[in-house]
Design a protein around this ligand. Sequence first.
Ligand code: TNX
Length: 691
Amino acid sequence: MFRSGPFHILAVTMAAGVAGVLITSATTSAVSAKPGPESHGDTAIPGLVPKPLQVTAKGGADFTLTEDTRIVVRGAEPAAAEEVGELLATTLRPATGFELPVVVTQPSGRDIVLSIDPDAGYGAAEGNPEAYRLSSSSARVRVTGATRQGLFDGTQTLRQLLPAFAGSDVRVNADWRVPAVSILDAPRFSYRGIMLDVARSFLEVDEVKQVIDAASAAKISVLHLHLADDQGWRIDITNSGRAADDDIDYTALTRVSGATAVLGNPYQSADGHTGFYTQDDYRSLVRYAAEREIEIIPEIDIPGHTNAALAAIPQLNTAGSSHPATEGEPVAPHNGTIDVGYSYLDPTSEATYTFIEHVFSQLAALTPSEFLHVGGDESHAMTQRYGHEGYVAFVERALAIVHGLGKKTIGWNEYAESGLTAGDGVQYWAGTTEHAKRAVIEDGAKLLVSPGNMSYLDMKYHPKTPIGLSWACSGDCDVAHYYDWSPQEVIAGVGDEHILGTEAPLWSETIRGVDQAEFMIFPRVLAHGETGWTAESLRSPSDFAARLASVGPRLAAAGTNFYDGPQIAWSTELAGTDAAVSAGSVGSVSAGLLAAPGTKTDGTSVTVDDVDDADSTGGSSLTAPLTATVDFGDGSAPVPARFTASESRDSLHAAGVYAVTAAHAYDSPGTYRGRITASDGSRARFTITVS
Ligand code: TNX
């Protein structure tokens, strides 16, 4: 079913042990990860992910961000452009220490100029609402988007053109250069999604915001929140607006099932996290995501995956449900196992539809998206009891309710056994493609592609990954495999005109907290995201691997956890940090930071993690152990640097950012300008104020 592209060759070659050669050779492509013959300006173009439509190195001097740089807003919708400018400034201020004022005025000096202009002329991307142009030269950077979203996308590209530490939350010294380029870009699909299953294991509001920050930098445009499942219910539903004859206490949903989660299981010993979002929490997520051009699509999974609802609402526990109430057990007991397919709402009970109407109407009111996700997957026990017709009749009635609320529906592919309405979405994950294809061709539904074996982020990267499942993908499920598929090949005969977009789901039976979530999401979502963004003709596995290499230090500098495995020759990046010390005292002086994914340190050198132990091997562009010397700038001889890991590489963490330190005593007060020189030729500056 899937294309057998160059990645299969890569996989074979890697098995033969010469992966490094392949990945290095890829860096000679047009968008180069390393300085090479094709870098025309002072600085090579760093790896851009997802790959833009057109990138042209202009030649000439780079743009340099300085303390005088302003973010100047022009054009239509200045208020929207100003918001985008503020977001850009917010991401760059901590690392640069620059003020970066956002002003609506005429550009004058070496400004970054942001504008929204639907008529700017977008060439090959004309008509795409997310089209943007980015042009940089020593005099100016201009980012122009056809819409706010296009402009936002363009500013994410700009962030990638800066040094990796631009996204750090500590101030560092780097040459804040943007190479002189001209970029024209727009996505293939508007829907480039990620799903978080907060039902099995909850993620707090701030944890979700952390994922939104990292995902929006990768131009992800949809966050699908799986809000209810057998093990927990995560969105507060109030009793306001209940139908006249409705006596259900909806507040029990979160009171009871907000306090439960999946339990420890054979694949993860820790219990899932409990909790729920108040409606204000949810609104704040919707707003936060929208500012970053991410649309939230909520899912309440029905009729199966509903034990948490049955555990909270006695009225649902009718004779025709998966848990008929008894005197001793008026509601279903909590079930924290990872079993699927056993629970279901009673399709013959009016209470079921009253419940659905109330819950979805509150969800509709809270959700600006035109879509609500109704689940529909794995209703095995229900289908066994009521037959295919019973399931279909239920889905038809549920869809009529949601459509009646003015929303389109999305559901997992099973729900397409029912008739759909033009514009509804079918999310294909596994099993027969027959129903999804029929709904697309006959009903005018749109296909959302999430083939489990290529896009499920809860699959183990490799057999040693301590968390994750392996039913959809096993063995090698690293980034190369998640890149090697094509949306138009998921269902034969369903091409781009029928495809809504792509989505990578993270189920959380085995995932606890945002650190683990990020580890499973990155870097695979970057492969998936490029599949949704970049035109098929421009996608190339080796070129992607080369570009992805420079994303690693960016993720590390931004504090995003990821799997820094051996398929990518992750770049390293060095930056200086300033410090204040007292004269006379010998101490360890912090001179800089080193981002080096895939490596470990013994304190004096940083080396590729090539030991295939519990955390498996890492990938790195380093071809020899990296050492460094620190020149303290006071005439003393340079001394060897020490490296201290902020977070050691282990089976659930990428190598964190190393502090580069050395012991030194300054004799007298003053301001000293020092330098770190690393054995790979990279350098960084730092200033020490001695009192
Ligand atoms: C299948 S994918 C499910 C989920 C599980 C997942 C685990 C889908 C629509 N249903 O309920 O969490 O597998 O990988």
